[in-house]
Design a protein around this ligand. Structure first.
Ligand code: SF4
Ligand code: SF4
Length: 134
């Protein structure tokens, strides 16, 4: 998922005009923003930006880790005793391990697809007994 580094963006608007699904907007100061729920991940904004301000998703890993830690810290406040806190941290550990497994298994299917991509995804979903438009 691309994102716009606000410090590097000059607000030229090129990416906003080039986005094929209108998933980008210019803020009051002109700088671009991606509406993540509308982005189809085509990468065009990254390719056309003259300032290299549209950045790769991997650069956000530290930020997303920090957001996770902040979330855990917020929830932790609901538990007062050492035992409750330890049990909570264990549950959160299980939750993050599950997230890793979901990512790994999804990646397995995605990287198996060399052609007929949609067919490979349909077959994998059938194997998991999940309806295609679930
Ligand atoms: S990746 Fe494509 S769809 Fe997403 S914001 Fe950029 S140009 Fe638009
Ligand atoms: S093309 Fe680059 S510099 Fe121009 S508005 Fe988009 S992100 Fe900002």
């Amino acid at each position: 998922m691309p994102w716009v580094n606000q410090e590097m963006c000059t607000g030229c608007g090129i990416c906003v005009r080039e986005c094929p699904v209108d998933a980008m907007e210019q803020q009051a100061d002109g700088r671009a923003l991606i509406r993540e729920d509308e982005c189809i991940r085509c990468g065009k904004c990254h390719d056309v930006c003259p300032r290299n301000a549209v950045r790769h998703d991997s650069e956000r890993i530290p930020l997303e880790v920090a957001q996770n830690l902040q979330w855990v810290q917020t929830l932790l406040k609901n538990f007062s005793t050492q035992e409750e806190q330890a049990a909570f941290m264990e549950r959160m550990g299980r939750y993050f391990k599950k997230q890793i497994k979901v990512g790994e298994r999804t990646l397995e299917v995605v990287s198996q697809a060399k052609s007929d991509f949609s067919g490979v995804l349909d077959a994998a979903m059938r194997a998991l007994r999940i309806p295609e438009n679930h």
